[in-house]
Design a protein around this ligand. Structure first.
Ligand code: NAD
Ligand code: USQ
Length: 414
């Protein structure tokens, strides 16, 4: 293995980082995971646990070595605080690429209290800045692949299809019409999403000033849990978030159905979001590593999502598959009640991604996982208790569907 094939995975113990680390190791890269295990500590803070019984990182890595003969190293480091160690590590490992997952990624958690807002900003911005600064100081030409979010574009109804990062606009300057390309205007909907828009500015600067090669992956909501590699042994099982702060919408609906809880649709469920299955997440990251931007090329931005869905349609689909009750709750978030979302994602398709889209088979697979581990779910932690503003009431009961509501119509329509 030459040093050119080494990859550092920051946040490699997390939901997206763990299966990605296994995939990259299987593809022949020499993988080093850097993680401060803060996500596991947040489980303790919130008094809940992954739906799936995840093993300690040391056991995960031992089992991987026994199964495949491949070593993945682990370094426990806080990238937002331990700058000198991070810089030394990059200089010693001399990686071909660094994949950066190591941020606080839950929007509701980032809105819980001033402490959570400040932690999310400190952790995410310092972490990202430290990585960029350390790459420059190392003097190495390292490709940084960052996990960003579709949420940087916002969910208004601008009437545009969302381009991959850059927007062509027509302006009139001194009476002359000109066409220019600008970064898509940021429009974050939570403190967490705001940190991703600030990350983008850091990327812009370090790319312009220091020629750092950067790929920013604007990822949609990830669903599913297993990949080919995590299915190889129970010790390799991936984490599965389901509670009110970290659980994302589709995975939550599938767990709620498994434990007989009403599906928690926020508001009318008219919100449209972009989605990607975890198996496509790992494929996209591998493709991004294989196709780095050229030296001096601007920050490369991909929309890493394969389809869009309205929340109430997802609830209707899960209800049809499982017989679950759909219930509307007062939306704890400050977001548009309804939005359209059309996205461009041609770049990954051109690189050969054959997207996994929502299929009953894959939903069934998650339903089975949810059913197997349902005893690990504490029902009192399902409803989100984080609020975007103090004047939004907490709704623990939800409002039963009134027919003919849009949700009921969709349920019956299937
Ligand atoms: P996760 O919380 O499961 O994983 C993040 C990992 O980073 C955890 O293991 C955590 O311990 C580690 N970490 C956090 N701060 C750190 C620090 N300062 N130093 C070292 N390690 C640190 O999150 P995830 O779902 O795997 O998301 C990974 C990335 O992908 C995030 O940046 C997130 O914004 C992005 N993303 C996730 C989703 C999704 O639906 N899960 C969707 C779009 C984008
Ligand atoms: N929602 C419900 N019911 C629920 C949970 C969520 O109706 O029980 C709604 C939310 O109000 C929101 C939508 O579903 O309108 C999506 O919420 P989510 O929690 O699934 O996703 P989000 O908060 O946007 O965050 C997740 C990840 C984040 C990532 C983002 C991608 O946690 O890391 O950046 O998805 S994106 O949504 O494209 O910005």
């Amino acid at each position: 293995m030459t040093s050119q094939e080494r990859i550092i995975v920051l946040g490699g113990d997390g939901f997206c980082g763990w299966p990605t680390s296994l995939r990259l190791s299987r593809e022949g890269y020499d993988v080093l995971i850097v993680d401060n295990l803060s996500r596991r500590k947040i489980d303790v803070e919130l008094g809940c646990q992954s739906l799936t019984p995840i093993q300690p990182i040391e056991r995960r890595l031992r089992t991987w070595k026994e199964l495949t003969g491949r070593t993945i190293d682990f370094y426990n480091l806080n990238i937002a605080e331990d700058y000198n160690e991070l810089e030394r590590l990059i200089e010693t490992v001399r990686p071909k690429a660094i994949v950066h997952f190591a941020e606080q990624r839950a929007a509701p958690y980032s809105m819980k209290s001033p402490r959570h807002k400040r932690y999310t900003v400190d952790n995410n911005i310092n972490g990202t800045h430290n990585v960029l600064c350390a790459i420059v100081e190392s003097g190495l030409d390292v490709h940084l692949v960052h996990l960003g979010t579709m949420g940087v574009y916002g969910y208004g109804t601008a009437g545009l299809s969302i381009p991959e990062g850059y927007l062509t606009v027509k302006v009139e300057i001194d009476g002359v019409d000109r066409e220019i390309e600008i970064p898509y205007p940021p429009h974050p909907g939570s403190i967490y999403h705001m940190t991703k828009t600030l990350d983008a500015l850091l990327f812009y600067y370090y790319n312009k000033n220091d020629d750092v090669r950067i790929t920013d992956l604007h990822q949609g909501v990830v669903w599913g849990t297993n990949t080919e590699e995590t299915l190889m042994h129970p010790d390799l099982i991936n984490r599965f978030d389901w509670e009110g702060d970290y659980g994302t919408v589709l995975n939550r609906f599938l767990v709620e159905a498994a434990v007989g809880h009403p599906l928690t649709v926020h508001g009318t469920g008219g919100q449209t979001r972009a989605f990607i299955h975890i198996r496509d997440t790992v494929r996209c990251i591998s493709l991004a590593i294989q196709h780095p931007p050229k030296r001096k090329e601007r920050v490369k931005i991909f929309n890493q999502a394969t389809e869009t869905h309205r929340v109430r349609d997802l609830a209707a689909l899960v209800a049809r598959l499982t017989g679950a009750e759909v219930r509307n709750y007062i939306n704890p978030r400050n977001e548009a009640a309804d939005n359209e979302l059309v996205i461009h994602n041609e770049q990954f398709l051109e690189l050969g991604l054959n997207p996994i889209t929502l299929s009953e088979g894959l939903l069934q697979e998650v339903i089975e996982v949810a059913a197997r581990y349902q005893d690990r779910v504490d029902r009192s932690k399902i409803i989100a208790d984080s609020r975007w503003r103090a004047d939004i009431p907490l709704d623990r009961e939800g409002r039963a569907l009134q027919t003919p509501s849009p949700v009921a119509q969709t349920v019956n329509g299937h």
